[in-house]
Ligand binder design. Structure first.
Ligand code: CO8
Length: 373
């Protein structure tokens, strides 16, 4: 059976960065104003006062120092607290297709692929900006790719699960070369007025090419040894935004319709699940964690990654073994492990093993064991 390789990766970084300090200043000014405006209701116990945020807390609790935004305007405006992104007409390129194409072109170039070499496009991410037509089909048309495309959503594990589908299509012979793109335009779903989650996320787009080893000519090729997926239902990370709000007669943008989580519970539940998942996946190849040269882990929280790698290795992983990108990028939903891969894969030697692994909302965990060719 044909070997499947990841033959190219692409990363598009938005033009605007927001530091912890900038974000916290805006949030705290918003909180002051809110508390003043609602002083009476807060005094009566009808409303809760907004607590202060702090840049030191954010860096210590999460490892995040900064994040990128597709559009910065509006996010720091205390009378708005959300990005100001003008709506595009139906005949214009959608925002998400635009950033998807930026990352896709870089992945195609790294893999030496033209549009005519690609058989399928998967757009997999935490949200799509519309229900249909699929963003993947728009990207397909814009890049001039024949074949087919579809969107899929699996929150934090969308990128790895999308790569899984590409791997299976290539193994089954229904496609020879697949473009998997993660346009994580998450800023519209962040509740910048919520102290506990306003700092967590940033925008980005990543892409990879998976193809049959027979057709691959990219400089850095990673054979996918196998894939492994796990899901387990949990409400601890949730966004209830959706098309039913209109019929439910509820505010479609209420706090429960935006990203919210019980962060501590997530931490406690997901770390052991992810460590067990990774160790089982490696064992299936008679590998131990010590045999893995590079860990491209989901980027939600530095303490989570340290704990997971410590559980597996019995010691702290070095920055070289398990690169961290969330200091600059923050949590980028499903794209974090792909950013880590895109920035830190070229130095591995032939025969070196690596593992890509995502973990988070769903809960969902997705991994790929790879070996450099
Ligand atoms: N500033 C100052 N203090 C704060 C702040 C803040 N911003 N936030 C909380 N505190 C305070 C709390 O009030 C609390 O005080 P006290 O002890 O007096 O009650 C104290 O700090 C500790 O609070 P927490 O217990 O909440 O803090 P933690 O140490 O647990 O850290 C984290 C919070 C960073 C959220 C941590 O729990 C975490 O990262 N958990 C893992 C979360 C995770 O992985 N989530 C997955 C995210 S989902 C995903 O990856 C993709 C989803 C889809 C994308 C959505 C895009 C919008």
């Amino acid at each position: 059976m044909t070997a499947v390789v990841i033959s190219g990766a692409g990363l598009w970084t938005p033009p605007h960065a927001i530091s912890n300090e900038e974000l916290v200043d805006a949030y705290n000014a918003f909180a002051d104003k809110y508390n003043q405006q609602h002083a009476e209701a807060i005094e009566n116990g009808e409303l809760e006062a907004k607590p202060k945020s702090s840049a030191e807390f954010i860096e210590k609790a999460s490892g995040i120092k900064s994040r990128f935004a597709y559009v910065k305007d509006g996010i720091l405006d205390i009378d708005r607290m959300r990005p100001a992104i003008p709506e595009r007409g139906e005949n214009e390129l959608s925002n998400q297709a635009e950033i998807a194409i930026e990352a896709a072109r870089k992945a195609m170039s790294a893999a030496n692929k033209e549009a005519c070499d690609i058989d399928a496009v998967i757009v997999s991410c935490a949200y799509t900006q519309r229900a249909y037509p699929a963003i993947a089909i728009e990207v397909q048309q814009e890049l001039g790719i024949d074949g087919f495309g579809f969107d899929m959503l699996v929150a934090c594990s969308a990128a790895t699960f999308g790569m899984h589908r590409a791997y299976e299509m290539i193994k089954a012979g229904t496609a020879g070369c697949v473009l998997v793109i993660n346009p994580e335009l998450v800023s519209p779903q962040i509740n910048y007025t919520d102290r506990d989650s306003h700092f967590i996320f940033g925008d980005v787009a990543t892409a990879v090419i998976l193809e049959s080893a027979d057709s691959a000519s990219g400089e850095h090729q990673y054979e996918v040894m196998s894939t492994k997926a796990l899901t387990k239902f949990s409400n601890n990370i949730r966004s209830s935004f959706g098309y039913m709000s209109r019929a439910n007669d509820v505010d479609p943008y209420g706090p429960d319709k935006l990203f919210h989580q019980a962060g501590r519970k997530v931490f406690k539940d997901v770390c052991p699940l992810a460590a067990e998942h990774i160790s089982e996946h490696l064992a299936a190849h008679q590998l131990t964690p010590a045999d893995v040269k590079r860990w491209w882990l989901h980027q939600a929280n530095i303490n989570m990654n340290l704990l997971i790698s410590k559980k597996l290795l019995g010691r702290d992983a070095t920055a070289d073994e398990a690169p961290i990108v969330l200091d600059r990028y923050a949590n980028t939903a499903s794209a974090g492990s792909v950013i880590a891969f895109a920035l830190h894969h070229e130095d591995l030697g032939s025969g070196d093993y690596g593992i890509l692994c995502s973990f988070g909302a769903g809960y969902s965990i997705g991994s790929l064991v790879v070996r450099k060719r």
